[in-house]
Design a protein around this ligand. Structure first.
Ligand SMILES: *Cc1c(COP(=O)(O)O)cnc(C)c1O
Length: 356
């Protein structure tokens, strides 16, 4: 039995639909390593078109996309990768920047996961001697995860990438939730990707596939990426079964993202009215809610535990902050239930403390 009946922990925690599973069962397959899997090839063609890139490679996960892209783009051990302090590869990447790319992170304190060209100018322009590493990659996340689902504005992207490129650094976009930004702003994925040397999208986040991600870039970049994919044991054989789930997600689930975003805003609006929650609904741009618990007697961990008792899973990542991720499996009824459970926990606890 599932431990949680409503799961806001991650948008990767979705159950592939019956139709998606049927499509996967019927997929035409071949040898992916030899480039002969027709379903993988179809997926790669679609993603190249979507992102406006020359070539692409199918990978099991987004984490492998980041690791392999960094490995290809970095040239010397000790090269710097510039990222925001909330970047997923830093917080959840199992040390991949040092471990796989042999690089060093240069961390920027952006706002809600977003930094500007001004923020990176000092590190890009500092003198380059034999005793200092160079910035090789500037890496951004569209839309942000631990930045609370915020969307990088196009002009900020253009300024950051233009400065990076004139400083001989490459630009990488972690597009785990790129399509959330696309759906919300109406700016195309190709437009967002134009300034980047490497970009990837994930099919297991808002798109609801069981697994799979596609990394894209120039032909030369993808040829190199194949080397490290293989080195990491990423040769996938009859991967068409998985690629079919990704294709299904692209064709059928992108159109469901507006509904997910609307539900996120609806829940955020409800929660923001509770006296012990601090949350600016203007900050809720996509499918993520980051809220602060300001309760006289309860920490975020205690609220998380209270919700868990009622079968609702959220992620408290400090004693103040809770993250909720909305996805395909969250229903309108779930929104009301999670709101009333939050309310009940906050009110009950105040009452218990006053009367005990
Ligand atoms: C989830 C996530 C990843 C990793 O993707 P997986 O497919 O789970 O490996 C990378 N970056 C961001 C921003 C993410 O949210």
């Amino acid at each position: 039995m599932k431990k949680y009946k409503i799961d806001f922990f991650s948008d990767a925690n979705t159950n592939p639909s019956k139709e998606m599973r049927q499509t996967m069962c019927q997929a035409e397959v071949g040898n992916e390593v030899a480039g002969e899997d027709p379903t993988v090839n179809k997926l790669l063609d679609k993603v190249c078109e979507l992102l406006g890139k020359e070539a692409a490679v199918f990978l099991p996960s987004g984490m492998m996309c980041n690791g392999i892209a960094y490995r290809v783009l970095c040239q010397r051990p000790g090269d710097l990768i510039v990222l925001d302090k909330t970047a997923h590869p830093l917080l959840k990447g199992a040390g991949l920047i040092a471990g796989l790319a042999q690089a060093e992170p240069h961390v920027i304190k952006g706002k809600r996961g977003i930094f500007t060209s001004k923020d990176i100018e000092p590190v890009l322009s500092r003198s380059k001697g034999f005793n200092q590493p160079s910035v090789r990659v500037v890496s951004i996340e569209q839309s942000t995860n631990f930045g609370g689902g915020s969307i990088w504005p196009l002009d900020t992207i253009q300024e950051v990438c233009s400065l990076a490129h004139t400083s001989n650094a490459f630009c990488h976009m972690d597009g785990a939730r790129l399509l959330n930004a696309v759906v919300e702003t109406g700016i195309s994925a190709a437009e967002y990707s134009k300034n980047f040397d490497s970009v990837w999208i994930d099919f297991s986040k808002s798109l609801g596939a069981p697994m799979g991600a596609v990394l894209a870039g120039s032909k030369a970049f993808i040829e190199e990426a194949w080397y490290y994919k293989f080195q990491q044991g990423g040769g996938l054989h009859q991967a068409g079964i998985l690629a079919a789930g990704c294709l299904y997600a692209l064709e059928n689930n992108v159109s469901k993202i507006p509904e997910i975003h609307a539900r996120t805003k609806q829940l955020a609006t409800l929660l923001s009215e509770l006296p012990f929650i601090t949350l600016d609904i203007k900050d809720v741009e996509t499918n993520i809610i980051l809220l602060k618990i300001d309760h006289p007697y309860l920490s975020a961990f205690e609220v998380q535990a209270g919700l868990a008792q009622k079968g609702i899973r959220v992620f408290a990542f400090s004693d103040e902050y809770i993250r909720l991720l909305l996805h395909l499996d969250i229903t309108p009824a779930d929104i009301n239930e999670v709101f009333s459970t939050f309310k009940e926990i906050g009110e009950r606890s105040s009452l218990e403390m006053r009367t005990s």
